[in-house]
Design a protein around this ligand. Structure first.
Ligand code: ATP
Ligand code: MG
Length: 284
């Protein structure tokens, strides 16, 4: 991999809401890149501009957002911000996938999980053996293939989260954007899911942009970290380097806010613990 093999390059991005005296600079001159196969974490407190940055990469921002400047280069050539809606839809469906905060809202309650993954395959991967591919995808996210026949409400929060990852992978994306995929889950399940994402990024050479306000989560998962405050990136570096020697006071504050976990559970939860957690989420 050459040093310049960046799947994503964001240059001086500026996203505003409102005009004149009332302007909110939600993203205020942000630059960062994601190398191919790399996991980059965007960390910052609520309202710092993480989601708006992530959504603007494929122009999924709320209608009121004003693109005031900057460039988003995908695969070093395509300037996302100058594409038509049609071209953006094509890229969103096939090359860039999002995982959003609320797994339940990503699925239609009246269809089985397998059916919904198959629909995604029909759209984006014509010609593939859909039944076999659903099985492969469920296997990839460590769910039994019988889960294909389950309805969303029959699954635990953690299982649904895994299905959402399977769904995001169904279109075989090059870049996966996970915007706090786990806030609704217990911290044990949270870690399992993020471990899974990191493992997948290694296994299928996926590039991941991970968004969170929790520094604890990125520590052993992200290759690099960008710290965001009030629409700006205040610190950027390799995860280890930022954690060991944070330069900015704001980074230190965020790190101090991480709830201490029992170290034995911090690495990875046992299968038993995860099962317990899953059971708590099962409908009674
Ligand atoms: N539709 C909107 N209209 C006006 N302002 C908005 C809108 N959406 C977001 N903003 C503003 O943009 C800024 C950044 O919001 P953003 O959602 O990116 O924050 P965030 O870092 O993702 O926060 P969180 O951790 O809570 O998800 C905020 O100050 C917010 O008030
Ligand atoms: Mg957000």
């Amino acid at each position: 991999m050459s040093a310049t093999d960046n799947i994503l390059e964001v240059k001086n991005l500026q996203i505003h809401f409102g005009h004149g005296d009332d302007v909110v600079r939600a993203v205020d001159g942000v630059s960062f890149h994601v190398a191919r196969g790399e996991t980059l974490a965007l960390v910052g407190e609520s309202g710092s501009g993480k989601s708006i940055s992530a959504l603007s990469l494929t122009k999924l921002t709320p209608r009121a957002a004003i693109y005031a400047g900057g460039q988003v280069l995908f695969n070093q050539a395509t300037d996302m911000l100058s594409l038509s809606d049609r071209e953006l839809r094509r890229i969103r469906g096939s090359q860039i996938s999002y995982i959003f905060q609320e797994p339940m809202s990503s699925f239609n309650p009246v269809f089985t999980i397998g059916w919904q993954i198959e629909e995604a395959l029909k759209l984006h991967r014509k010609g593939v053996d859909r039944k076999a591919e659903v099985k492969r995808l469920l296997d990839l996210v460590q769910l039994p293939s019988r889960m294909a026949d389950a309805y969303p409400h029959e699954m635990s929060g953690g299982q649904l989260q895994r299905c959402m990852i399977a769904m995001a992978l169904a279109c075989d994306p090059e870049l996966l954007i996970a915007d706090e995929p786990t806030t609704a889950l217990d911290v044990t399940v949270q870690r399992e899911i993020l471990n899974l994402l990191a493992e997948l990024s290694r296994k299928v050479n996926l590039s991941v942009l991970m968004i969170t306000h929790n520094f604890g989560i990125v520590s052993d998962l992200a290759d690099r970290v960008c710290v965001m405050k009030k629409g700006k990136i205040v610190e950027e570096g390799k995860t280890r380097q930022v954690l060991d020697d944070p330069q900015h006071d704001y980074t230190k504050q965020l790190m101090a806010a991480v709830p201490r976990l029992n170290p034995s559970r911090q690495k990875s939860a046992s299968a038993e613990e995860v099962d317990d957690e899953m059971r708590r989420w099962m409908p009674r």
